[in-house]
Design a protein around this ligand. Structure first.
Ligand SMILES: [Zn+2]
Length: 409
């Protein structure tokens, strides 16, 4: 399983940072640099039906079913090639810390960048293992090149080991997951899988099939500017009115005060003058009913304030972003059960955790491809302190192979 590490070290050196607000697909052309490499490697290892969508930057390939398994469900594995624009993705210099001693890790001697156990206490649990770290100036890109490397290593292993019995396997690599567009042009029909997993989670053992329901909301308030010296009874200050709106939302239901299955309202941006003020929110909840209730609360506050200040003072635009994939996965719980079993058989303790965000898998699930999310072995995504555990990555390749075996019939 050394191959997965070799793959990973190669892929992270290829800059594939995606860009927010880009109008092109993919959002950055450099994502093709990795797509080309992957398509070439898939061809070279003998994968079939290798398709590289040169326009949209998606890569698909097949590993044919073992003899006698052509009637088995077609199982897909998906990872994203881009890295988050939240931290620098060019010039990644990965380094392997062999036999990690459990202490602070000096990432960069020259710049004195140190990863402290006090800041990241879960580091201690990796004592004795191999960690792949950055030089403290870029992200690592384990999100999600660890997933890409693991799927590639699984594919090569299955192609080389005919004795491992499995149905037809599809692999897919997508661009732009980090900017929310990874599923946009994913060709579910061409992919042709009955079920799939995204390999885009964190710590070894993590298994996810519940994510938030999400909506975005924009509140616009129209005020009236009058010279402050003569404003009595005339001025209507949009900034003060939008503050009033915010003050009517439950103060404890914010990201900084919630965890697990607790939903929230998040004020993401606020700008304004006396004449006009705008606030942008995101609304999140795992529970569909509570999610609807939260949106209802927005309308109620808006209506109340419009009655108070006059119709048209408050304008609310609310749009759903994505939904909890749970309702789609629940019809196919074997996806969760088989992944759990595969982990347990390999000595990994499964940890089913709700995702406090969305995933491409959630979008794909609603596009007709049920798609829970598996771990990659990476930690501290989207930042300079990102790292991955090499031993865990090797274990995850074994988990993927074991899951493939479970769908052989
Ligand atoms: Zn990711």
């Amino acid at each position: 399983m050394e191959k997965v590490i070799e793959n990973f070290l190669q892929y992270v050196k290829i800059d594939t940072e995606s860009a927010e607000g880009s109008v092109s697909t993919p959002s950055t052309q450099k994502q093709h640099d990795l797509a080309k490499v992957l398509a070439g490697q898939l061809e070279a290892m003998g994968a079939e039906e290798v398709v590289y969508d040169r326009e949209r930057c998606y890569v698909y390939a097949s590993i044919p079913a073992s003899e006698g398994c052509t009637g088995a469900p077609v199982l897909g594995f998906i990872a994203h090639m881009d890295t988050s624009p939240a931290a620098a993705g060019a010039g990644v210099k990965p380094r392997i810390v062999k036999d990690y001693d459990g202490n602070d890790i000096v990432l960069n001697e020259e710049k004195q960048i140190v990863m402290h156990v006090a800041d990241f206490p879960e580091l201690a649990s990796y004592t004795g293992k191999r960690l792949i770290v950055t030089d403290g100036t870029t992200l690592l890109g384990a999100d999600d090149k660890a997933g890409v490397a693991e799927i590639m290593a699984m594919a090569e292993y299955l192609l080389q080991h005919q004795e491992v019995v499995h149905g037809k396997i599809r692999v897919g690599f997508t661009p732009d997951e980090e900017v929310g567009n990874g599923a946009d042009y994913f060709d579910v029909k061409l992919f042709g899988a009955d079920y799939a997993y995204t390999v885009d989670g964190g710590r070894l053992g993590e298994l996810e099939y519940e994510n938030f329901n999400g909506a975005g909301a924009k509140v616009t308030v129209y005020g009236r500017s009058v010279h402050p010296g003569e404003a009595k009874g005339k001025m209507r200050n949009a900034i003060l009115m939008i503050q009033e709106f915010q003050s009517m939302l439950p103060p404890a239901e914010i990201p900084a005060h919630t965890c697990g299955y607790e939903g929230f309202y998040h004020l993401d941006s606020l700008k304004g003058t006396v004449e006009k003020a705008e606030a942008e929110y995101i609304i999140r909840d795992h529970d569909k009913e509570k999610f609807e209730k939260r949106k209802e609360t927005f309308w109620q506050i808006g209506n109340y304030l419009n009655e108070k200040y006059g119709e048209g003072t408050f304008e609310i635009d609310l749009e759903d972003s994505y939904y909890n994939m749970k309702e789609m996965i629940e019809k196919h719980m074997h996806l969760v059960e088989n992944a759990k079993e595969a982990m347990e058989e390999l000595g990994v303790e499964p940890a089913v955790v709700p995702i406090r965000g969305g995933t491409d898998g959630a979008r794909l699930s609603f596009m007709g491809l049920p798609c829970p999310n598996l771990c990659t072995g990476g930690q501290n995504f989207h930042g300079r302190f990102e790292y991955a555990c090499a031993d865990d990555m090797e274990k995850i390749v074994e988990v993927l192979i074991r899951i493939a075996e479970k769908y052989a019939k």
